[in-house]
Design a protein around this ligand. Structure first.
Ligand SMILES: Nc1ncnc2c1ncn2[C@@H]1O[C@H](COP(=O)(O)OP(=O)(O)OP(=O)(O)O)[C@@H](O)[C@H]1O
Length: 349
């Protein structure tokens, strides 16, 4: 198996007058683990289905490897899809479930059973070949579904929320399995998720979508350390969006320094009140409400190492000054303060 690149050039999907995907440009290198990340309804699944060929693009062109595939049926694209619900045939054992696709394509019995066994071994389910799906755990069914998708030797595997039906413990286990398999097989994975944690853990390339458009695409570290927009900063988490004299900026929650007593707002600080204090083990998270900010930027978070917090604790109701260094304020592309933001002079001491 080898990983093919996938390129979308100005791809749109309209349903009547509703625009589900809006002129998306995206280049996914062959062999990359790519996550499409965004809130419900942002167009992730529609994008995935257009790559698979289960949905036709209204506009634009789509390349898999060097080939334009817009006119090709799903089976001719070299892709395979794995769904959220495992959709295994309940009356077939694991081996026959995995061998089902090759059987439909007329592959002889010995060959398809050998291939199916290889795929079950790949997902570490060779000992379960003769079990029925109902006799397996959710995580095991998921592995069999993965084997069934891989038996067609795709160059691109498309995964639609593959972990969302699993409990939190299994989700982390199967997530690691997916990453291992992708690295081992070297094929391109495109994985739809609304979990930023999942996208960060898995991706070589994370694509943050909103309202049918790509807000930002990059490595998890690029997107986390340099979010382009307020939407990305908020969705990826770990950031405050602050109205500064130069426009909106993102400041990481671990870069906020708290001092006792509320000082006046300056370009590098805000007075705030502590609303919640949550002990998280190695760190403590504080939710603050800025005293002079507009509602859209008033909620702030700060995290402190637990020992620093223990040495100088803060309590709910305390007034504080939250400060940051100029170098920690990352300007956002939508740098205009929102209409209800305080005027520049209100922020300047
Ligand atoms: N068959 C359809 N007919 C009409 N509108 C559709 C259809 N499929 C999707 N949409 C709309 O297109 C938009 C994008 O849907 P899509 O399923 O791609 O979002 P998503 O990001 O995958 O969301 P979720 O995480 O909830 O699955 C939504 O507003 C949705 O209501």
């Amino acid at each position: 198996m080898h990983g093919a690149s996938v390129e979308l050039m100005s791809v749109s999907k309209r349903y009547g007058t509703a625009v589900a995907v809006d002129a998306v440009d995206l280049k996914i290198p062959g062999g990359a683990y790519c996550c499409l990340l965004g809130p419900s309804g942002c167009g992730k699944t529609t994008t995935l289905r257009m790559i698979a060929g289960h949905e036709t693009a209204s506009d634009g062109s789509l390349l898999i490897g060097p080939r334009e595939v817009g006119h090709l049926p799903p089976a001719a694209r070299g892709t395979a899809m794995m769904f959220q619900s495992y959709a295994l045939f309940p009356h077939l054992n694991c081996l026959d479930n995995v061998a089902f696709g090759p059987r439909m394509r007329g592959v002889d019995k010995a060959t398809r059973q050998r291939k199916a066994r290889e795929m079950l071994a790949l997902v570490r389910m060779e000992g379960f070949a003769h079990r029925l799906p109902a006799q397996l755990s959710g995580g095991q069914q998921q592995r069999v579904a993965l084997a069934r998708a891989l038996v067609t030797e795709p160059s691109v595997l498309l995964l639609d929320e593959p972990l969302s039906a699993l409990d939190p413990f299994l989700r982390i286990q199967v997530r690691a399995e997916l990453k291992r398999l992708q690295a081992e097989l070297g094929i391109t994975f495109i994985h739809v998720t609304h979990s930023q944690e999942e996208a960060m853990a898995l991706s070589d390339l994370v694509v943050v979508m909103n309202h049918g458009r790509i807000e930002q695409a990059g490595t998890p570290r690029e997107v986390f350390s340099r979010p382009d927009t307020a939407f990305v900063a908020r969705f990826i988490g770990g950031h405050n969006v602050i109205a500064t004299p130069g426009g909106l900026a993102a400041v990481r929650v671990d870069r906020m320094r708290l001092l006792h007593g509320a000082g006046p707002a300056t370009p590098l600080s805000l007075g705030a009140r502590v609303e919640t204090v949550e002990y998280q083990g190695s760190f403590v998270q504080l939710r603050l409400r800025a005293l002079d900010a507009v509602p859209s930027t008033a909620e702030l978070f700060a995290v402190m190492p637990d020992d620093a917090f223990a040495a100088r604790p803060f309590a709910v109701g305390d007034t504080v000054t939250a400060r940051w260094e100029a170098g920690d304020a990352h300007p956002l592309r939508d740098a205009q303060p929102p209409a209800d933001a305080p005027a520049l002079e209100e922020l300047t001491p």
